[in-house]
Design a protein around this ligand. Sequence first.
Ligand SMILES: [Zn+2]
Length: 327
Amino acid sequence: MNAPYPWLEANWQRLLSTRTRPAQALLLAGPRGVGKGALAQAWAQALLCEAPLPEGAACGSCPACHWFEAGTHPDFRLVTLQEKIGKDGDVKMATGIEVDQAREAVDFVQLSTYRAGFRVVLVNPADSLNLASANALLKVLEEPPLNTVFVLVSDQPRRLLPTIRSRCTRLDIGLPATDTAMQWLNGRQIEDAATLLALSGGAPLDAWNWADGTELDERRSVLEGLARPGQLDPISLAERWKAIKPQTWHTVAYKWLGDLLAVRLQGRVQFNRDFADVLAQLGTQVDLAKLLALAKSHAESGRTLAHPLNRVLQQEAWLIQYRHLFD
Ligand SMILES: [Zn+2]
């Protein structure tokens, strides 16, 4: 079995070489959109497989592999964000991993294994552990029971408790080389792969997501509004954009501000190359101090994205502030 994505091959081989004596707590760290989650899943399956290939990868056909692929392996637990039903009946993703989930994982590793092999707990995204759930897990990370392997996956390893990080063997997954990423995207018949890859900061799976969904149209709608601050009407735009997912809006606006900052400081457009001309022009008009203030508050607001109170009003306020960058 190959690595889940071609750019992960070296890391995959490195993991496989440890299959007989794996790290009991592994942290896969690196940017979003590079396949850390898929690598973690493949590694868990390799550890649980009962007839592994000579190099250590899962066979894909033994009973353990079948259970794993069906999501029913009794010696595997995935600890992740759960969907919740809100008061209004909407299904929302929880913003953190709850302490009950961590306690359940702790209980799980203290049972004897169902099969004779390893037991694997995958925590993804590990930076979503709150203080209570992190502390609950810490107890077993300090002294994991025999044959137990924890795999933690994180885009933001700095947000993990230092005590958790220090228990883990860390494997950093970097961005792939542009050539490798482009080759992979081109193999998927993606139009304008170079623009999408730049937009995603070099992360191929993010680029692939952009190509796949409606988000690209939403991005264009947002950027066409932001490209003309003089004519921008905060009230009607906020109303029009309220259906866009908070995460999409936040990312698009964040990258736009980042590009404005880059051109203002004589740098090159990093993300929105298809808007390079507009950005170059806006960069000569923008007030640097105000831009820095907006970029900073925008970055901070990303932490509370899951609770957008008065979304339309917030967005209006943002747009008014944005318009003033060009007074
Ligand atoms: Zn197998």
